[in-house]
Write a protein that binds this ligand. Structure first.
Ligand code: ATP
Ligand code: MG
Ligand code: FE
Length: 353
């Protein structure tokens, strides 16, 4: 199956053409990502109104470029997939409407994809990552531990009670004026700092559930920065200590989720631990997860860096997997600002657009 995917839920406008074979093998024929970092940088964060207008301006040329550079013709496409939520509603509507227009004009099926399902399946773009697996999904808007047992089958083992992990990185960068987007900036400053310089809290550490909390850490960073002499050394030390606290906290929660996952599946054999989402690009987190996986008899799978952050290849893949399973959506599929991935929560999700 050959599927065109569109992504526009936050601040990247992206399109990708992907081919998925019956045996699950995937070929990415094109993958275009236009980041809006330049547009949002002056504001130190994503401005929804600016994002919506930028998506409108960029979506057509980007999708035309993705199809052209893939070498397939419009007629060769078996389906059109687009992010239908969750995310900033202006952008979601722009991408979804473009996909609907194309699908109608070409008379092809539409697949309305949950952005989080895109992240959840992203390791399958490049690796033979069979179901089931334990997933740490850490992004700009979400932090969850999920048991993934099949396409569309997600059970939540834990989630954040306040901020998302990526949000904590972004706010830490903003407090110290490191620049936008924050995650990569914090990581590069951390490389020059001492991770033991400041004792930051490890929220939720040792608790017997698998939930996260990052709000207290954010406050602690602001306090440490206020109390510091604001030199480059202080920046590096706070960044390194913060990143270590984030990693420690996430590893502790993953450790707990591994136990819950083992108990739920009753499986004690070799299993798979997967990380996805923008924060999955973090070097220290990847290294920590790899070590933890090895000690707990898990294979560790992380997508290449370019598929951690938002991209349309993961949306095209989710679309192709759904299409292969016979799941498509009507041309009236709604855009959803909020759309939880796990089934119990999804039944109660609000709709709009
Ligand atoms: P969501 O997927 O929850 O809707 P989003 O799409 O905005 O949110 P992503 O694009 O998946 O989020 O991830 C972006 C987040 O990843 C940002 O918060 C960014 O700071 C963070 N991030 C990117 N690279 C790194 C890194 N190397 N270390 C830590 N965080 C990072
Ligand atoms: Mg972005
Ligand atoms: Fe995302």
């Amino acid at each position: 199956l050959t599927v065109l995917g569109l992504e526009s839920s936050c601040d990247e406008t992206a399109a990708s053409v992907l081919r998925r074979y019956a045996d699950g093998r995937v070929e990415i024929l094109s993958n275009i990502v236009a980041s809006q970092d330049e547009e949002h940088r002056p504001f130190g964060g994503v401005v929804p109104e600016i994002a919506a207008r930028a998506h409108m301006r960029k979506i057509e040329p980007i999708l035309a470029k993705a199809v052209k550079s893939s070498g397939v013709s419009w007629d060769d496409l078996d389906g059109i997939a687009a992010t239908a939520g969750p995310g900033l509603i202006g952008g979601v509507i722009t991408g979804l409407m473009s996909a609907k227009g194309l699908a109608m004009a070409l008379n092809k099926p539409l697949i309305a994809v949950n952005h989080l399902e895109g992240h959840a399946l992203s390791p399958r773009l490049t690796e033979d990552c069979a179901f089931p697996y334990l997933l740490l999904l850490v992004s700009g808007g979400h932090s969850q531990l999920l048991s993934v047992t099949g396409l569309g089958e997600y059970e939540r083992l834990g989630s954040t009670v306040d901020d998302a992990a990526g949000e904590a990185f972004d706010k830490t960068a903003k407090v110290m004026g490191l620049g936008f987007p924050g995650g990569p900036k914090v990581q590069s400053w951390a490389e020059r700092g001492n991770p033991k310089a400041i004792k930051f809290p490890r929220p939720m550490k040792g608790r017997d559930h698998a939930d996260f909390s990052f709000a207290g850490l954010k406050t602690a960073v602001a306090r440490a920065w206020d109390a510091s002499d604001k030199t480059d050394t202080a920046k590096a030390d706070i960044a390194a200590s913060f990143q270590r606290a984030m990693t420690d906290t996430m590893l502790d929660r993953v450790g707990r989720a591994i136990t819950l996952y083992r108990n739920a599946t009753g499986d004690t054999g070799r299993a798979r631990l997967v990380v996805a989402g923008g924060v999955a690009a973090n070097t220290e987190l990847r290294a920590g997860l790899k070590t933890m996986a090895a000690t707990r008899n898990f294979d560790f799978i992380a997508p290449p860096l370019k598929f951690c952050g938002d991209n349309a290849a993961m949306i095209a893949l989710a679309g192709a997997e759904r299409l292969a399973a016979g799941i498509t959506d009507g041309y009236d599929a709604p855009a959803r600002p909020r759309w939880p991935l796990d089934k119990d929560a999804a039944a109660n999700a609000p709709k709009s657009g």
